[in-house]
Design a protein around this ligand. Sequence first.
Ligand code: ADP
Length: 190
Amino acid sequence: MNGATTHETIINDVKLSLKLGDITRHGTEAIVNAANSNLMGGGGVDGAIHRAGGPAILEECRQIVARQGRLPAGKTVITSGGNLKARFVIHTVGPVWYGGKNNEPDLLASAYRESLALAAAHNLISVSFPSISTGAYGYPVDEAAGIALNTVALFLKQHPGTITEVVFVLFNQATFDSYKSALTRAVSML
Ligand code: ADP
């Protein structure tokens, strides 16, 4: 542990930063929610986003599920941000960790990639992510951090254009430190 609470780098003119904190307070245009497939809220970051954003977000989620059914792992949908500073919430579902042999790495990479693709498709310039799947879903944080940073760095390299800022908002120091190490490795591999 090194005690740092913020760290940033530039990839293809995009500012990529890591911050220790609460994602519901972040003012990027969109924040990403680590949702459950039923999109009905829950614990962890999902509960925090719905509490801070108010009932409008849940109502939009209800309509989405009524229209298209449950959201599979690795997929995304977008709603307004309700009372949040962020104008939009991108809801994605990370994989539950079953030991790593159930396609967890691909599904986690897809959750990040599809979130950025949906943001870009809506011409959103800034996006914040939590550490998807590393809470209740049990994904080991060092492995999840590597996939998160490699996937985001590669996306930014391959899709220059709309997005100008990506922030990872990490809820505790151990998670922040894992992501900081993973970012250094991801940048050295680009
Ligand atoms: P999952 O079900 O995808 O594992 P969780 O919400 O249980 O999602 O946990 C994902 C991560 O989000 C964990 O690192 C958890 O500590 C973190 N987290 C919880 N609340 C917040 C918040 N308000 N802002 C940012 N991260 C949060």
